[in-house]
Design a protein around this ligand. Structure first.
Ligand SMILES: Nc1ncnc2c1ncn2[C@@H]1O[C@H](COP(=O)(O)OP(=O)(O)O)[C@@H](O)[C@H]1O
Ligand SMILES: [Mg+2]
Length: 347
């Protein structure tokens, strides 16, 4: 049984759905990521959960108690935003202690819990500084400490790392996941970065135009995206419009633009259907008897090379190579049929 349950949560702005019919169960201790491009309804969903936005439809339940009618402060959730929103004239310690003081807790308890939170986010040496004297990453840590010091039953985070540079983002990812685990938090985390979501979350909710596309574990979304939009988000860079030639159970052969491919059908499809074949760059290689193509761009990417090649009919393919080809080289491109997904449906 889910500890928290969203049931058909819908939010409209001026007659247009920003979030449609979101149903989701969240277990105690889970780390859920809401993932999707800008404007897909992630913040709307989070703000509905927090109580900052009233629902246009649906309901939210916690342990069989309806909570979507409660004001934010009675839900007891903690929030961390993209902008840190710290008090500039208060020290790190006083920023973190503020919420506890507002609750009129005994002074000794405020001190103990504030110390503990400062230690958890590793700001011991900076406790007396003002926010303006801290780096972006340190300020974000203060914002996180300020939320977790209240021991919220649920922590809501809205793109908390998007103002940080790449290296710090990676460090803070690990940091947030560590806090989530060691404090036994339940977390809902909003991001448009699929790598961030895949690396941090137990389950992901992929949104597009306010609608859920798929809910699943990182592995499920990675290996079995439900449609071409999720595939696009999950790194299936080759999304090739094709036509079904034949189907036998899940194995489908597709043709188009001078290419023929075999793959796995996602959903029902019939010969003649317009479909999209999805392949990750790492599942396309140079090999014998494949699709003839000419190398156009070669990019160094650590252990491997990312290659862009164009077929005779002008289709651009993204693949990987172990050895460096040169622009202009003629190659033949082969796909692993076990890794080709064929998506039906016009959506
Ligand atoms: N206060 C508002 N008034 C009108 N439209 C809004 C408001 N907040 C969000 N929207 C619209 O709702 C949609 C979803 O927005 P949002 O939830 O902020 O997306 P995301 O966080 O995924 O980028 C967008 O089309 C946005 O323009
Ligand atoms: Mg947002």
């Amino acid at each position: 049984m889910s500890w928290l349950r969203l049931d058909g949560v819908t939010r409209r702005f001026g007659g247009k759905d920003a979030l449609s019919d979101l149903s989701l169960g969240i277990g105690k201790g889970e780390f859920i990521a809401l993932l999707g491009p800008s404007g897909c309804g992630k913040s709307t969903a989070l703000n509905c959960l927090a109580g900052l936005l009233p629902l246009s439809g649906g309901s939210i339940w916690q342990d069989d108690k309806r909570i979507d009618t409660l004001p934010p402060e009675r839900r007891g959730f903690g929030m961390v935003f993209q902008s840190y929103a710290l008090f500039p004239h208060l020290s790190v310690r006083r920023n973190i202690a503020f919420g506890l003081q507002m609750r009129r807790l005994p002074r000794a308890e405020v001190r103990r819990r504030t110390d503990e939170a400062i230690r958890l986010v590793r700001l011991d040496e900076h406790a007396t500084k003002l926010p303006g004297q801290l780096s972006g990453g340190q300020q974000q840590r203060v914002a996180i400490a300020r939320a977790i010091v209240l021991e919220p039953s649920l922590v809501l985070m809205d793109e908390p790392l998007s103002n940080l540079d790449a290296k710090l983002r990676l460090e803070m990812r690990t940091e947030i996941r560590r806090l989530h685990q060691s404090l036994g938090l339940t977390t809902v985390y909003v991001t448009h970065d699929q790598e961030e979501a895949l690396s941090m979350a137990d389950r992901l909710v992929v949104l597009r135009d306010g609608r859920v596309q798929q809910i699943g574990t990182p592995e499920e979304l990675h290996t079995r995206p439900a449609n071409r939009h999720v595939a696009d988000f999950m790194g299936y860079r080759n999304l090739l419009p094709m036509r079904v030639a034949s189907v036998s159970r899940e194995v489908v052969t597709v043709e188009g633009a001078g290419m023929a491919l075999r793959g796995t059908a996602v959903g029902e499809m019939f010969p003649g259907d317009e479909v999209v074949a999805g392949i990750r760059p790492e599942d396309l290689r140079a090999g014998a008897d494949g699709i003839p193509a000419t190398v156009e761009v070669v990019e160094y990417q650590g252990r491997e090379l990312a290659v862009e090649a164009r077929t005779e009919q002008g289709v651009v393919l993204h693949l990987r190579a172990a050895e460096r080809p040169s622009p202009g080289d003629k190659i033949s491109v082969v796909a692993d049929p076990a890794r080709v997904l064929v998506f039906g449906g016009g959506k």
